[in-house]
Design a protein. Structure first.
Length: 173
């Protein structure tokens, strides 16, 4: 079924986590880069029109570009991720999009709290422990410095995700 999502790409993390993502994070094998999810699932691509794009542009414009670091490895029950610090601006994007499109709650409303994160791997405990140990050695002590300047609307109509539209944050042109 065709689907879409809103993400913030994190290219600064790829050299540290890209090879793990290719093996242990199925979306990576479907052309999804390292990212923080703003909202998934979003509307079917055929429903996205100029009005939707204008509203998304307004949300992106309301959040200034921001710097953050990825320094802390954390876990969900069956996945390992990097937590952005601070995560407030990612949360502001998620909240802004959800306010504009209340019929599309983040992660279909499965979670009471949406935690901004960059997924590294899904797997069992031994796998995740091994990856975590490797990354604790490989990651810079101060964390991976990153800057978010855009939100990207991606779509999946063929099994492979593709960028559909990019929205500059904070009026960046």
């Amino acid at each position: 079924m065709p689907e879409s999502a809103l993400i913030c790409r994190v290219p600064e993390a790829e050299s540290y986590i890209g090879h793990h993502r290719q093996r242990f994070d199925p979306p990576a094998r479907r052309n999804v880069p390292a990212h923080v999810t703003v909202l998934y699932p979003f509307m079917e691509p055929s429903q996205i029109d100029d009005g939707v794009l204008s509203l998304l542009r307004g949300v992106a414009d309301s959040v200034p570009c921001f710097d953050y670091r990825l320094r802390e490895l954390r876990r969900f029950p069956s996945s390992l991720y990097l937590a952005p610090d601070p995560g407030d601006s990612f949360a502001a994007l998620t909240n802004g999009v959800h306010r504009m499109f209340p019929d599309y709650p983040p992660f279909s409303g499965k979670f009471d709290v949406v935690v901004p994160h960059v997924t590294i791997a899904h797997g069992d405990e031994p796998q995740l422990c091994e990856i975590e140990v490797e990354l604790r050695i490989a990651l810079p002590g101060a964390g991976v410095r990153a800057r978010c300047e855009e939100m990207v609307l991606i779509e999946n109509t063929t099994g492979i995700w593709q960028p559909l539209q990019t929205f500059a944050l904070g009026g960046k042109k």
